[in-house]
Design a protein around this ligand. Structure first.
Ligand code: G6P
Length: 368
């Protein structure tokens, strides 16, 4: 087993370190002419793409969180209305599947029962199905009309890392591809994003290599009874994933909150020394997030900020800052989630937990 872990203490650590390569593999061969991402491999005709009127996204757990981040990118670039649902909710909520609905099912394993059931329900209602999955030949690929593979390689740790981040890349590529084919959005912008995507592997490599700062942070977080992750827009989607990761393996109670929503209730839970992880990677939302940080600090919270290089001016807002390699704000989740994965990992190790096999959880859930 030690050999399988390639010298790493746990599969999760190995898989986090594999992310730069997983990014490269997932992006590889998916660049079209004019330097714009192309997914012609999906086999979706131009007519089929032009006929899309709405997108529904379903998934469970981490895959659902990828779908929340994916929604933002698809709406912004492809200009289509997008809803993201938990597969187990979608299935029973009698979803309104209008003509021209594309359902995107996200699943690392391609075997999650709730996700497969949601796909069948959407199909019955007339949706076209696109799968985003990591497993060739999985049940989901057989149910779907089209499949977009993430090339993350096998993921063993129950807590998903490289599968989630490559799902983000799949969404970004899909959003660019649909925008290009539908003739919406400026081609220069799509080319710029395509270029930025190619730079993500090297940037993530830097984040993984710089994990010492996160280890220090983990020693303090490991003592906490509870904590919060806050953010706006894409940062909120990442906050949810960071919080889930931490709960899954450290067993510390944690909540993800939209930063602007704190004052409507959760602020009541902020007491002296409660750790708050504030994601602040979105230039357009920085001022607002900074004022939310002031709200929690005024109540005694100890705030860690995640900011992109170039926004160091914000440093005074936080008690401690982790600076991330800068990228286009739209793509920031593919970088900012990585320190949160590392944080969950090192916190769980600090607490002596079985990182790769957290209690009560299974890698793949094939019952509904
Ligand atoms: C299980 C795992 C989660 C995962 C979820 C969905 O609950 O413990 O980590 O996110 O299933 O799995 P999938 O294979 O569909 O992405």
């Amino acid at each position: 087993a030690a050999a399988e872990k390639n010298g790493f203490d746990h599969f999760m650590l190995k898989e986090m370190h594999e992310q730069p390569q997983a990014y490269r593999d997932t992006l590889s061969g998916r660049m079209g002419e004019h330097g714009i991402v192309s997914l012609d491999e999906l086999g979706m005709t131009d007519e089929a793409i032009a006929a899309i009127r709405a997108i529904h996204i379903v998934g469970c757990g981490t895959a659902y969180h990828a779908g929340l981040a994916g929604k933002g990118a698809l709406e912004k670039l492809a200009g289509l209305p997008v809803e993201t649902d938990l597969a187990s909710e979608y299935r029973y909520r009698e979803p309104l599947v209008m003509p021209g609905t594309l359902l995107i099912a996200v699943s690392q394993s391609g075997e999650t029962a709730d996700t497969l059931a949601a796909v069948r329900e959407a199909k019955r209602r007339g949706a076209l199905i696109l799968a985003i999955t990591n497993v060739v030949g999985s049940s989901l690929t057989r149910e779907a009309d089209h499949t977009l593979f993430t090339w993350a390689g096998p993921e063993i740790a129950v807590a998903s890392t490289k599968a989630y981040t490559t799902q983000l890349l799949a969404f970004y590529m899909l959003a660019i591809h649909l925008a290009e084919k539908r003739g919406v959005g400026e081609r220069g912008r799509l080319a710029e994003l395509s270029r930025e995507l190619q730079q993500l592997p090297d940037k993530v490599e830097r984040v993984v290599a710089g994990s010492a700062a996160v280890q220090t942070m983990a020693r303090r977080i490991a003592q906490a009874q509870s904590l919060f992750f806050i953010g706006r827009g894409p940062d909120y989607a990442v906050a949810m994933e960071g919080s889930l990761k931490l709960k899954e393996i450290s067993y510390i109670q944690s909540e993800a909150y939209a930063a602007g929503e704190l004052k409507h209730g959760t602020l009541a839970l902020i007491e002296q020394d409660v750790p708050v992880v504030a994601l602040a990677t979105q230039p357009a939302l920085l001022e607002k997030t900074a004022s939310n940080v002031k709200e929690v600090k005024a109540r005694g919270a100890y705030v860690y900020g995640l900011v992109m290089e170039g926004h160091e001016a914000l440093e005074d807002t936080f008690d401690e800052v982790l600076t991330l390699p800068a990228t286009d704000p739209l793509l920031a989740p593919a970088i900012s989630v990585v320190p949160l994965q590392l944080l969950a990992y090192y916190t769980a190790v600090e607490r002596g937990n079985d990182v790769d096999k957290p209690r009560n959880l299974a890698k793949s859930v094939t019952v509904e």
